[in-house]
Structure formats: C-alpha cells, structure tokens
Design a protein around this ligand. Structure first.
Ligand code: FAD
Length: 381
C-alpha cells in the first residue's frame, strides 16, 4: 500500500518550489504569454537551483531526488505558469529520463550530465506532421553510412526546440519492418549541420513555451550517439511518454489548483446582490466539488510517481493519472472563469490564460483518447 505522507525533505522542496513560483515565475508569466516568449532569466535561475535535474542522481550532476518531488515541482510551477513547467517537463521526463534509463555509462557522461546539472536543455522529437497519435506512421529515416547515421525528415511540435541544446530524435533505421521494430533513437547536438529549427508555432496556450517544427536534412550522427540498441526506438519513446504523463498529470493538478485559488480569492471580495459571490450556495458547492476532484487527481498523480520511484510498472497508473487530471483541470479552469464572470474572461486576471493553457493537457504526451487506449489495453488483455 502506497503511503502519501510527504517526507520532511519533500515538504521542504515543495515549499521551495512554491516560493520560487510565487516570487519569480508569477511575476513574469503574463508578460511571457503576451510576448509569446520564454523568460530566459527564469530558466537560468531554475538551472542554478537544480530544477532541471530533480530526479537524477547527484553522481551524474542531478539533485538526487525522487519522481514524487519532481511532481511536486511540476504542480507548484504550473499553479502560476504552464509554459515554464512544460519546459522543465520535456527536458526532464522525455529527454533526460530516457538517457538515464537507456544510455551506456559513456553516453551518460556525455549527454546526461550536462542535462542533469542544468548546463544544457533537452528536447524530444517524436511527432511528425503525419504521425501524431499513430507514432508508427513516422517516416523520418536514419541510414547507416560507415560510422555514422544520416537522418532525414521533419518533426513537428518539438517543445523546447527554440533553445534546446540536445535533441532526442526518433528515426526509422529499417523501413522493411513495422516501426515498433524498425525505429531507433538518436542523441543529436543542436549545432549539427542540417538540423534546422523553424520559428515557433503560434498557439492557443502555453504560448511562452518554445514549440517548433524541426527539419533534419542529411544530419550526420556518429553511430555511438544512438540511444539503446538499433530497433528499440519505439520502446524508448513509449517508456518516455509513460514517465512524461506523470509530469503532465502534475501540471494539470497545478493549473487547476492555481485557477481555483485565484477564483476563491476574487469571489470572496466581489459582491453582487449585497453578498460576496462565495455566499451563493451554487458557488460554494461547485468549489467544494472542484477541490475534491483536484485532490483525487493529485492522489492519482502521486500514486503513479511513487510507483515509478518504487520501480513498479506505472504504465496504467500514469495514463490514468493524466486522463483524470487533464479532465478535472479543464473543468476547473472553465468553472474558474465562470465564477469570476466577465473579469475571469479578461487578461488582467490569470484564469483566462489558465483556461487557454489547460487545453493542451488533454492533447500532448498522448491525447485523452490515447490514455483510454493505454488503460483499456492493459485492462482487457
Ligand atoms: C503544444 C504542443 C507541444 C507538443 N510537444 C511535443 C514534443 O515535445 N515532442 C513530440 O514529439 N510531440 C509533441 N507534441 C505532439 C503531441 O504529442 C501530439 O499533438 C499528440 O500526440 C496528438 O497527435 P496529433 O496532434 O497528430 O493528433 P492526431 O493523432 O491526428 O489526433 C486527432 C484526434 O483524433 C483522435 N484519435 C487519433 N487516433 C485515435 C484512435 N485510434 N481512437 C480514438 N481517437 C483517436 C485523437 O485523440 C485526437 O483527438 C506536442 C503538441 C503540442 C500541440
């Protein structure tokens, strides 16, 4: 039975994340959204504080903490800004965690250490223009040429690509077999000739995050920079997404809690019909329901994080946590705007941004429909 009592260390870190989020990130979040640009000073501060290496061992330059602590960070940062938290999440759970799990000791020194100690930022290129939910539809190739592989193709929606140093990219090394056997993973330095990052894609939400199409035109990668064995790329990608979903579930919980907290603060002050909005039973009951659903989503998220920490199978738990948390978060953000009426709809109050940001939690790292496919696949085996 999993215990959800946080340790003193976890509580201390939670407080540190909360303080940093409130004191630093909250102050720039609105401006970043308006400018559609990440504040690189905030990124630099988070690197300095070790936020980019939370679940990695201190021997490899990380903070030596656990996945639950990483989820606590994701929640606290997401309470104030989802663009900042997705930057941390893609770097940590999709890129660096894959290297931690599948790299050789030499590769870990070369690629994981600078990611874990925050000197470099990572990204993850799996999705292609014609291969989203159906990852196996990918057409990017990597052809062997002596001691190199030559990558050709295009990846879309690569988060962090505008400023990432390390690209974990997936390409077919054998087109004669299905992608789950013919795909391989490669670690590519941003400055490799032929790697071209396009301008950021204009989006509805998480507008300060970097997200672009990336072209790979005859990108020559040394064979030693293949992650895992040839043909294991699909497995590596699926494993990365399993772990990533814990971070997105925590992000959803954070966005929802941030929106509800903001709405409660406002509705206690705002008076109509001679009473605060919080005096109406409709508001009270719905707020109670919202908090109950957020708490349930948080417990599912922590359950998945603890399962990963305990090296148990967390595939179903992570999909379940993401499905529930993303659904709850979208509901709560919609409610938050409604609690606040016209002011909720205005840019001046943070809930308008949260409602735009939260939609993505039902889409990336597997849509809610894909979460149901993962869960039912394991239930009905
Ligand atoms: C802001 C943003 C950031 C992202 N970051 C990254 C990143 O860093 N790296 C990366 O590789 N990718 C990234 N992605 C891609 C993301 O993971 C995909 O958008 C997502 O997996 C869905 O793929 P798609 O957009 O092609 O939708 P599609 O696969 O075309 O799906 C369209 C709709 O059909 C539904 N659908 C599809 N197949 C089925 C089915 N079998 N049964 C039922 N319904 C189905 C889907 O659930 C969805 O509702 C990002 C996307 C966005 C928008």
């Amino acid at each position: 039975m999993v215990s959800f009592q946080l340790t003193d260390d976890q509580k201390e870190m939670q407080e540190l994340f909360r303080k940093f989020a409130q004191d630093k990130v909250a102050k720039v979040a609105e401006e970043m959204d308006e400018k559609e640009e990440m504040n690189m000073d905030i990124i630099a501060e988070m690197k300095e504080l070790g936020f980019f290496g939370i679940p990695f061992s201190d021997e490899i330059g990380g903070a030596g903490m656990d996945v639950l602590t990483y989820a606590l960070m994701m929640e606290e940062i997401s309470k104030v800004d989802a663009s900042t938290s997705i930057t941390l999440s893609v770097h940590t759970s999709l890129c660096a965690s894959s290297i931690e799990e599948f790299a050789t000791p030499e590769q870990k020194e070369k690629w994981l250490r600078p990611l874990a100690d925050g000197s470099k930022i990572g990204c993850f290129g799996l999705t292609e223009p014609n291969a989203g939910s159906d990852v196996a539809g990918a057409v990017t190739t990597a052809e062997k040429d002596g001691d190199f592989y030559v990558i050709n193709g295009a990846k879309i929606f690569t988060t962090n690509s505008g400023f990432a140093d390390t690209f974990l990219v997936f390409a077919l090394t054998d087109k004669s077999v299905p992608a789950h056997k013919g795909m391989s993973a490669f670690l590519v330095d941003r400055n490799t000739p032929g790697l071209e990052v396009q301008p950021d894609i204009k989006r509805m939400g998480i507008r300060a995050a970097s997200n672009a199409e990336v072209y790979y035109n005859n990108v020559r990668v040394p064979a030693e920079d293949m992650l895992g064995k040839e043909g294991t790329g699909f497995k590596i990608a699926m494993k990365a997404l399993d772990g990533g979903r814990i971070g997105i579930a925590a992000q959803s919980v954070g966005i929802a809690q941030g929106a509800l907290d903001e709405a409660i603060k406002y509705c206690k002050e705002r008076k109509q019909f001679g009473k605060p909005i919080t005096a109406f039973q409709n508001t009270q009951f719905r707020m109670a329901e919202d908090q109950a659903m957020i708490n349930a989503a948080r417990l599912l998220t922590w359950q998945a994080a603890v399962a990963k920490d305990n090296h148990e199978n967390y595939n179903f738990l992570a999909a379940q946590a993401k499905l529930v948390a993303a659904t709850v978060a979208n509901d709560v953000c919609r409610h938050a705007v409604q609690y606040m009426g016209g002011y909720g709809y205005c840019r001046e109050y943070g809930v308008e941004r949260k409602l735009r940001d939260v939609k993505i939690t039902e889409i990336y790292e597997g849509t809610s429909e894909v979460m149901k496919m993962v869960m039912s696949g394991s239930m009905l085996r």
